[in-house]
Design a protein around this ligand. Structure first.
Ligand code: ATP
Ligand code: MG
Length: 393
């Protein structure tokens, strides 16, 4: 900054060292450009992000390294007179990737305070964009869910009426009456619709979990008992393993049982021609990939990066050697109504996700086509605030 009398201050050795260290370690790109739009210096972060070594570009036209996809330079010739606002632009890297960056131009001054050119500061916005997209999707799903739940609620009563009437009709038919098959069809379709309506309501308005500190092992065992018969019938070998100690977690056991059952059923449906299913339960310590219940949108908007904290979790892994899910589809399996099964509602995993989020945990899927699918259900050991739908932030 200029002193009050207008003379430039003389930087001390310490100030120069601080500036130098700052440039070397700053987590954002810095490019110094002279009046002729020639690169004077770039810092390591800029070099990493753009893919050019400093010696390759220093002395070169800035248009070569800070250019938009259509070729124009992001830095106008001449000197930047005053700090500009941050702009969101796209930059083409050396390998041809297009990076979204937040770009800010500042004046480049010599030690005597005279204007020499421009400093371009820029920050990689990819993670920020991905988080924003995640939030947008969640907002969309929340409003879609609320709307669908309203409709589902309205459908429920007339549906019950149709079902009861059909049952009465069936009882009044003589044994062997050919019309019975039509009534059966009505009853079948009513129960299918009822499954969709119930699922939709569960997804959109999940009951608040009644959290109690307890072991989840009984829920795992019960789920395995419930699917045992299907597995035997389908010739699926189930292997179960657990860590020596599995900490207790704050869970609603009925809800967690529902999640495990859903996931096991999905695996068994994928293994309709037989195969193997592995279930493992044990403690893990990691950052939750799904930051839904951690990050605050405001903090993300402001660009304040808070890495998800390391958490103590109990993980349930369900791994099958079925056909797997194509990479392009994996992200969609949590979308309500996404299904590849004729009998499916496509709500199974959406409900699992909303239950696990309510528990402050996360559920994720890894899959390789031709090798199989692994579902990870992570539940925090410490009690955490879940993610009530009524408050989609
Ligand atoms: N283990 C798995 N292997 C292969 N594909 C899977 C697996 N688990 C889920 N999927 C895919 O994800 C889709 C969505 O699963 P989800 O449980 O939400 O719905 P669904 O099983 O189709 O229907 P519902 O759960 O209502 O019976 C499935 O249709 C299937 O394509
Ligand atoms: Mg399912």
């Amino acid at each position: 900054m200029l002193p009050a009398n207008g003379e430039a201050p003389v930087p001390t050795q310490h100030a120069l060292e601080a500036a130098w260290s700052f440039l070397r370690h700053a987590p954002f790109g810095v490019v110094a450009i002279d009046r002729d739009a020639t690169v004077l210096a770039i810092n390591p972060a800029a070099s990493r992000l753009l893919g050019y070594a400093p010696e390759e570009v220093e002395g070169d036209a800035v248009a070569r390294i800070l250019r938009a996809p259509r070729g124009e330079s992001h830095v106008p010739p001449g000197a930047c007179a005053a700090p500009e606002e941050v702009r969101e632009v796209e930059v083409v890297t050396r390998s041809g990737d297009v990076l979204p960056v937040g770009l800010r131009l500042l004046p480049l001054e010599a030690l005597d305070g005279s204007l020499q050119g421009t400093i371009a500061l820029f920050q990689d916005l990819r993670e920020h964009k991905a988080l924003e997209e995640q939030w947008r999707r969640r907002d969309r799903l929340a409003s879609l869910g609320a709307l669908a739940a309203g409709v589902a609620h309205e459908i429920r009563n007339p549906l019950a009426g149709i079902g009861t009437s059909a049952q009465v009709m069936k009882r009044r038919l003589e044994v062997g009456d050919p019309r019975a098959q039509f009534v059966d069809l009505i009853l079948e379709e009513v129960s299918r619709l009822d499954r969709i309506v119930t699922g939709l309501l569960q997804f959109a308005r999940p009951a608040a979990p009644k959290l109690q500190r307890q072991s989840i092992l009984p829920a795992v065992e019960k789920a395995l008992t419930l699917v045992h018969e299907v597995a035997v019938r389908q010739n699926v070998l189930i292997r179960v393993d657990r860590a020596d100690t599995v900490p207790e977690v704050y869970v609603d056991l009925d809800q967690v049982l529902q999640v495990i059952l859903n996931v096991l059923m999905n695996a068994l449906q994928a293994l309709d021609k037989g195969g193997e299913l592995e279930v493992w339960v044990g403690p893990v310590r990691k950052r939750l990939a799904d930051r839904s219940s951690l990050g605050r949108r405001a903090a993300d908007r402001l660009g304040v990066r808070r890495p998800a904290p390391l958490l103590d979790l109990v993980e349930i892994r369900v791994k099958d050697n079925g056909p797997g899910i194509p990479a392009a589809v994996v992200a969609r399996v949590f979308d309500p109504f996404y299904t590849t099964r004729t009998q499916g509602t496509g709500l199974g995993l959406s409900i699992c996700q909303s239950i696990i989020r309510e528990h402050g945990g996360s559920i994720s899927i890894e899959s390789v086509v031709g090798q199989g699918t692994q579902v990870l259900i992570d539940l925090p050991v410490e009690k955490r605030h879940g993610d009530r739908r009524s408050n989609p932030r």
